[in-house]
Design a protein around this ligand. Structure first.
Ligand code: NAP
Length: 463
């Protein structure tokens, strides 16, 4: 795929970009390595000042930045504004907390003094997806830069203007040239960059195949990676749950970002006692969502990011139907230009059909009835993924069982899975490894150095 901004609501190509040449890439890697040598010695206070400025720019320019996001990948404009605000939050969070997260930790041993010191690793390559085109980048960049690393961004090929705008924010915030660089490149160029000795480590947020590829290249080079991959999150509703709240949150959790979120609830597993009522109310609310121009504030569901995503989604729905599923609403493209797909509800899905546990990246929900908590957990865990999970119950014993037994990087009880700078974020199983955010995120790309100093010999040698 070429590097281009193509408006998903209209199909219009707005701007195309030349990929960097080998020579240009080499220059940027050289600059990253050079900048790291001095930047790593800046103080936390200096870095925090620049990171706070980045937060201010994100807030003051949020409307303009939101327009770039919506134009390139189709998220509703209100959500794009919130995304810019959330990026400001993560910048402030790390500006305020990085020094504490990375302070030396004294450990009592038989040494005179022993402690743990955290040091930056060097230039870190970030391979990022288009779905939260600012947030995914900032939740990597804020901790990485505050830790003293420098960043190299390979963004998704359909959001080049977002990638350039992010680089500009860090430049305007006062970070030295080379502390954060955008590389306009296709995915084929990733191997050469990651294999370059000047690049210390990599993080990838994206699909499973991309994660496998980056992890194997990094593995050959013995370089650290963090992988944030796909998900097929369960949303479980038990009889004691507040049904009004559960239904409304379920619709939001499935359709956020036009259904293209790794932590969107994708499989709704509902106790048999309340299944019928949940199904009826859920279908009504999905049907009531307003599809439209993502630039309009009243739009609930905008277009999917690319025509390929609509094709893939349609194929998944058709396969599910071929395997016996019924479509209760939606199931097709609406009659309008752009990459739109109707909010869809599928029921009677064969638990042995591959679609029952695949990631569905669009506004398509699958409903499953369950006889009791054990069956609900069994269905929830029957997927190769393990990113987030949400369980709705007011029974304390059930809550404890969900927390204990759900195979996921997070469990949200009576709430929707969402990232928060103060809490770690990441997955297990094929959803990846490593964590972003909180102190866990900032400690991924540092040398956790053990320092051991023998007891000082105080014997007077001079007599
Ligand atoms: P994608 O196709 O994997 O692309 C993500 C990034 O990886 C892009 O920059 C892409 O570049 C690059 N890429 C693709 N194949 C590559 C390869 N073989 N080697 C190196 N780089 C490669 O994923 P997407 O369609 O943009 O994003 C959707 C996926 O991301 C979903 O599975 C979603 O669940 C996951 N996601 C996960 C999280 C999380 O935190 N766990 C968050 C958001 C999204 P090009 O654009 O140039 O191909």
């Amino acid at each position: 795929m070429g590097i281009a901004s193509i408006n998903p609501a209209t199909g219009e190509t707005l701007k195309t970009f030349e990929a960097l040449s080998g020579e240009q890439i080499a220059e940027k890697l050289q600059l990253a390595a050079k900048t790291f040598r001095s930047y790593r010695h800046t103080s936390f206070d200096e870095r925090a000042l620049m990171m706070m400025r980045a937060a201010e720019i994100l807030e003051s320019d949020k409307n303009a930045l939101a327009k770039i996001m919506t134009t390139e990948m189709g998220k509703p404009i209100k959500a794009a504004v919130s995304e810019a605000e959330k990026c400001a939050w993560v910048c402030r969070y790390y500006a305020e907390n990085a020094q504490h997260h990375l302070a030396d930790q004294i450990v009592e041993t038989n040494a005179g003094k022993s402690y743990v010191k955290f040091q930056p690793l060097g230039p870190v390559l970030a391979v990022m997806p288009w779905n939260f085109p600012f947030w995914q980048v900032f939740r990597f960049a804020a901790p990485a830069l505050m830790a003293g690393n420098v960043g190299l961004l390979k963004h998704a090929s359909n959001v080049p203007q977002c990638a350039l705008a992010i680089e500009e924010i860090f430049t305007r915030a006062g970070f030295p040239q080379g502390a954060f660089q955008t590389l306009l490149i296709g995915s084929a160029a990733v191997e050469g960059i990651l294999s370059d000795e000047r690049v210390a480590a990599a993080t990838l947020t994206g699909s499973e195949p991309a994660g496998r590829s980056v992890a194997s290249i990094a593995g050959k080079q013995i370089k650290k990676t963090v992988l944030e991959l796909g998900g097929s999150d369960p949303f479980i509703v038990m009889p004691s749950a507040n049904l009004d709240e559960a239904v409304t949150t379920a619709v939001k959790a499935r359709t956020i970002n036009n259904g293209q979120s790794c932590i969107a609830a994708k499989r709704f597993i509902v106790a048999k006692e309340i299944y019928e009522e949940f199904e009826r109310r859920f279908v009504d609310e999905m049907r009531a969502l307003r599809i439209g121009d993502p630039m309009e504030e009243s739009t609930d569901i905008g277009p999917l990011a690319t025509p390929q995503i609509v094709n893939d989604l349609e194929e998944q729905v058709n396969k599910a139907v071929a395997a016996g599923a019924r479509v209760l609403t939606g199931g097709k493209r609406p009659d309008r230009p752009g990459n739109f797909f109707e909010p869809t509800v599928l029921v009677d899905i064969d638990l042995n059909a591959p679609v029952s546990c695949e990631e569905i990246f669009g506004p398509v929900a699958m409903l499953f009835p369950a006889s009791g908590i054990d069956e609900a957990i069994q269905i929830a865990n029957a997927t190769p993924f393990g990113l987030g999970s949400s369980a709705w119950t007011n029974d304390a014993k059930e809550q404890a069982q969900f927390i204990e037994e759900l195979e996921a990087g997070s469990v949200f009880i009576n709430g929707m899975v969402a990232s928060d700078p103060r809490l770690p974020f990441g997955g297990v199983k094929h959803s990846g490894y490593g964590r972003e955010l909180a102190e866990f995120g900032i400690r991924e790309f540092v040398n956790i150095k053990t320092v051991w100093i023998g007891a000082t010999d105080n014997t007077d040698q001079t007599e």
